[in-house]
Design a protein around this ligand. Structure first.
Ligand code: BGC
Ligand code: NOJ
Length: 810
């Protein structure tokens, strides 16, 4: 069953009922200021840090589920309704929500009045704009009351939802004309406030929730709206809201719009006040002046559209499959931007309070983002490298505001260091900017110890080289990519964190997955060394990589597939000798991508085993058989019921590893089959089963052992976005950035007759036509550039702005 449709021309998903299986959300904002925006206008805004600088309040896990947002109430006689149905839930005569790139438009109508809510964050400004347009489609004059409402968060979202003894006494506001200023804690240590304003004169306002809503009412039936009259309340403590009341008279056919702006403003410490206790409103005045008129809003919306159209023009494919096109050209790249911006902090499943920037997460997010805004990728790489420790190990997370490592979690996730090589390599392959390797980066944010980024890469590589176990495989530490495989944890206490219990430097437990990474990214590191003239070190790295390959093929090979790990007692994990959890997906994908066993049949066997033992109709599960008992020696993984999360769920993140691995083996038919199974745009028709948004990936789909097989969970913030884009754009459609230039190496279904692709790369736009009249799955027979044949399949770099390329497969 579908709950909407894709409007490809507009690059929008159009939701046609407010009652989606779960809230289907969008993200507003591109750099510092962000809003989460659901199909019923739920969600919240924050500036830079979803925990510490949250503008509006949102209650997670609420009942009803998505309650709290930017709400506009229309009172038309005795009928009170919202354009997005929530929170009054008054049945609408018509409803649609269009989620587009950085904006959403909700349109509802009731009793001859249409209300359109357009919401977006303008490029370059720290505010959310809500333009409400009311149209009288009836044949009588309508006199309407329009009320706005947001609930202010007292900045620190965690404290705001726990520390009531203090917070009920700290709230402060100012109100001038149509503008409400939220200034809690501004008197003391904050130099920022929020502003919520409308561009027209108001009848009244409210800033106290108790006054506006009533202590025992809710957002569905605020007393002020029921009565059609604001209380003009000025809040002192308790809970703060911002609400405007406007009266609108519309003759038949008439329409009027109202521009609401919710913004974040900051003042220099010595210019905080314009009079004792009165905040300096200059930044708010300047911000509001930019969005006073509807024409200004139109211009800002145009800027936003242009911003996205330009970004998406970097990679654009035209195949016969419109679903593939919409995924690649719009939604997958869009999700890559969102994961780059948010890491794993704020979604409808990540509360924005817990996790900062993940080290491995951010490194992987870059793989899908680097082609969009390389300059921002560069900055991010340096931020990440600055948090590395001298011995090459890393913090697992860092804080977005301070950019310092998160000491509460610490380090010891032994895959983390190698991801730094992965993203630096991706950045240079995209841009050719080797100068990044000379950038001086700190250790643990101590800039007195800064060394060039290239040295950081070496520390990453050496850390893994030096920390190996009895089978010469890398030590796993607290965990590797699989956060829940905690082989040194042994937790028997409810509530203990699996991630930080036990010694981080477990002396024996080993990971075959990290070994695969070491081979893959060791080779990329060696390429960088050679390209910068350090042949001696490159030769050493190659030898170490060969040693690791041998270790994998020896102790890391189980006979039919790659072993997953060795536990703290040196027993294998993910082996046929295990009772449960005999085969895991991760080492099969990573080792084959790294090229291990490709020449001797092991890679093929491993992928056959994946197909035979892990594949389901909704994707490949993480392991089999699922753990039915709690295994103390394995950690969090077996704490999940069978079929969920890391315990045999379908982890969308590592399904593309298998599709990539199939492409390495030249199997285009199978690679696409794997790719499509977890791909949301192909699941639109089963949205009642899948439940999460059909335009973005979720982290996990319930596996075949779960009662709800096929049900998606935890949408938006997942490394899946970057890896599926890497998979489809590079491994399958075959546009592979290399140090030498763009390599064309497609792997597609044999019956895909060809496609066209535009790719802007290092200043040149290549218009590429792929011809597969031969009906092969892989193989490039010839390439012509502007009509002339070239040797091999790497496009020569050129100063030309536009180049025509024809690739003949065969
Ligand atoms: C989840 C993992 C996640 C980890 C992060 C675990 O509970 O299952 O997917 O990476 O928490 O802390
Ligand atoms: C989600 C985490 O963000 C990611 O870092 C991890 O690799 C996966 N879960 C698998 O555990």
């Amino acid at each position: 069953m579908k709950f909407g449709y894709f409007d490809d021309e507009a690059k929008e998903y159009v939701i046609t009922t407010p009652k989606t299986p779960l809230p289907w959300i969008n993200y507003l904002g591109s750099q510092d200021f962000f809003g989460l925006f659901s199909n019923t206008a739920g969600g919240y805004d924050f500036y830079k840090d979803a925990k510490l600088l949250r503008l509006t309040r949102y209650r997670y896990n609420n009942c009803p589920l998505d309650n709290g947002g930017r709400y506009y109430y229309i009172k038309d006689g005795d009928t009170i309704w919202n354009p997005g149905w929530q929170p009054t839930q008054t049945p609408l005569d018509s409803y649609s929500c269009r989620h587009g790139l950085g904006y959403s438009v909700i349109t509802g109508s009731k009793n001859g009045v249409e209300a359109k809510l357009e919401a977006f964050v303008p490029v370059g400004d720290s505010c959310e704009i809500n333009r409400i347009t009311l149209t009288n489609d009836s044949d009588v004059t309508k006199t309407l009351d329009l009320f706005s409402m947001v609930e202010f968060c007292l900045w620190n979202a965690e404290d705001d939802s726990t520390n009531f003894q203090r917070n009920f006494s700290t709230g402060e506001v100012e109100v001038i004309g149509s503008t409400i200023y939220h200034k809690t804690e501004y008197r003391e240590r904050r130099n920022h406030y929020a502003v919520y304003s409308v561009n027209k004169p108001i009848e009244g306002f409210d800033t106290s929730r108790d006054a506006f809503v009533g202590v025992y009412n809710g957002f569905a039936n605020p007393e002020a709206v029921l009565e059609g009259k604001s209380r003009n309340s000025v809040a002192h403590g308790w809970a703060l809201v911002g609400s405007h009341h406007l009266k609108v008279t519309l003759t038949p056919g008439a329409c009027e719009d109202f521009v609401f702006v919710l913004g974040y403003c900051e003042n220099p410490v010595d210019q905080k006040f314009e009079a004792p206790g009165i905040i300096n409103k200059k930044p708010a005045d300047e911000l509001l002046a930019k969005y006073k008129t509807s024409a200004q809003v139109d211009a800002a919306l145009d800027d936003l559209h242009n911003y996205w159209n330009k970004l998406l023009s970097t990679y654009r494919v035209d195949t016969e499959d419109e679903r593939l096109n919409r995924l690649v050209n719009v939604w997958n790249q869009y999700q890559c931007m969102v994961t780059f911006n948010m890491s794993r902090s704020a979604s409808y499943y990540e509360s924005g309070m817990g996790r900062g920037m993940g080290f491995r997460d951010s490194c992987q997010d870059l793989l899908g983002f680097v082609h969009l805004i390389p300059e921002r990728a560069r900055e991010r790489i340096i931020d990440i490298a600055n948090t590395q420790f001298e011995d090459g190990s890393t913090y697992h997370q860092y804080q977005p505001l301070t950019k310092k490592g998160n000491a509460a979690i610490g380090g010891g996730f032994n895959d983390d260091p190698l991801w730094l090589i992965a993203c630096v390599s991706a950045y240079i392959r995209e841009t050719g900017d080797f100068s990044i390797l000379d950038e001086k980066c700190a250790f643990d944010s101590d800039f007195s110890k800064a060394v060039p980024l290239m040295e950081h890469l070496d520390r990453s590589f050496c850390y893994t080289t030096k920390n190996r176990g009895p089978h010469k495989l890398p030590l796993i530490g607290r965990a590797d990519w699989n956060d829940c495989l905690n082989l040194n944890c042994f937790s028997a206490e409810p509530g203990e964190s699996f991630q930080i219990t036990g010694p981080s430097e477990g002396p024996v437990a080993e990971s075959v997955f990290i070994a695969g990474m070491y081979v893959k990214y060791g080779k990329e590191y060696s390429d960088l060394l050679r390209a910068t003239g350090n042949t001696a070190r490159a030769d050493e790295v190659d030898m170490l990589v060969a040693d690791m390959t041998a270790a994998i093929e020896d102790a890391g090979w189980d006979g039919e597939w790659f072993v997953r790990a060795y536990d703290a007692n040196s027993n294998p994990v993910g082996s046929h000798v295990c009772e449960e959890g005999q085969i895991y997906i991760e080492p099969q994908g990573m080792c084959v991508m790294a090229g291990v066993g490709v020449d001797n049949g092991k890679a093929q066997k491993a992928l056959d085993s994946v197909k035979e033992r892990l594949d389901t109709k909704y994707g490949i599960v993480l392991l089999q058989p699922a753990y039915t008992k709690y295994h103390l020696e394995l950690g969090e993984i077996s704490s999940y019921p069978p079929g969920y999360k890391e315990n045999a769920g379908i982890f969308c993140h590592n399904n593309p590893w298998i599709a990539c691995a199939e492409a390495v083996m030249g199997h285009g038919d199978r690679a696409f089959e794997v790719f499509k199974k977890t791909c949301p745009v192909y699941l639109e028709e089963i949205s009642e089963i899948h439940r999460t948004e059909p335009y973005v990936y979720c982290q996990m789909v319930a596996g075949c052992d779960a009662p709800s097989h096929g049900e998606g969970k935890n949408s938006w913030l997942t490394g899946t976005a970057a890896w599926t884009f890497t998979c489809i754009s590079q491994y399958l459609l075959g546009i592979q950035p290399t140090l030498q230039g763009l390599q064309l190496n497609p792997c597609i279904p044999h019956d895909m007759k060809g496609y066209k692709l535009d790719r802007t790369y290092r200043g040149t736009t290549y218009h590429i036509t792929f011809d597969n009249a031969a009906g092969v799955e892989k193989g490039v027979k010839s390439v012509t550039v502007d009509g002339a044949p070239i040797e091999g399949n790497i496009l020569p770099l050129t100063d030309k702005k536009e180049v025509e390329v024809v690739v003949t497969m065969g």
